[in-house]
Design a protein around this ligand. Structure first.
Ligand SMILES: [Mg+2]
Length: 142
């Protein structure tokens, strides 16, 4: 069941701090493009900043793990929300997920990978031995 998501949500806002706490999630690894933002968004949207802040207040650490290789763009995006980011992660390889758990001292059972793609995010979670939570690819609100 390599491509089986442990939970599915429509969008990141539905992954509430309460849901995370109830599931004993201490480290939330997040994909960026089409999970936390539209690919075209240059700055964090208000709803993203609020969600990040609410999760942090609930004691949950968030690390962005993206296959996007544009380091400067990612640093600029992540700085105002004060979230560590890993670029060019090469998911479905799990090395960057495991490195983040090691760096911040969390165990796989305390960790979730949240993302929109089966063959990168979900698969990387499985290889890393963490839960895979899936969102629908983000769509522009018209
Ligand atoms: Mg994505």
């Amino acid at each position: 069941m390599l491509l089986h998501a442990d939970k599915k949500f429509e969008k990141f806002e539905d992954v509430t701090p309460k849901i995370l706490k109830d599931a004993n999630v201490k480290l939330l690894l997040c994909d960026l493009d089409n999970t936390l933002r539209l690919h075209s968004e240059k700055e964090p949207a208000d709803e993203l900043a609020k969600w990040i802040s609410d999760c942090k207040k609930a004691g949950i650490m968030i690390v962005i793990i993206s296959n996007n290789g544009r380091k400067k763009m990612m640093q600029r995006f992540c700085e105002p929300i004060d979230v560590p980011c890993v670029w060019w992660a090469k998911k479905p390889l799990s090395s960057k997920l495991t490195a983040a758990m090691d760096k911040y001292h969390f165990r796989p059972e305390q960790t979730v990978m949240l993302g929109d793609k089966w063959h990168t995010d979900v698969l990387a979670a499985k290889f890393a031995g963490v839960r895979a939570w899936k969102v629908e690819p983000r769509k522009a609100v018209i």
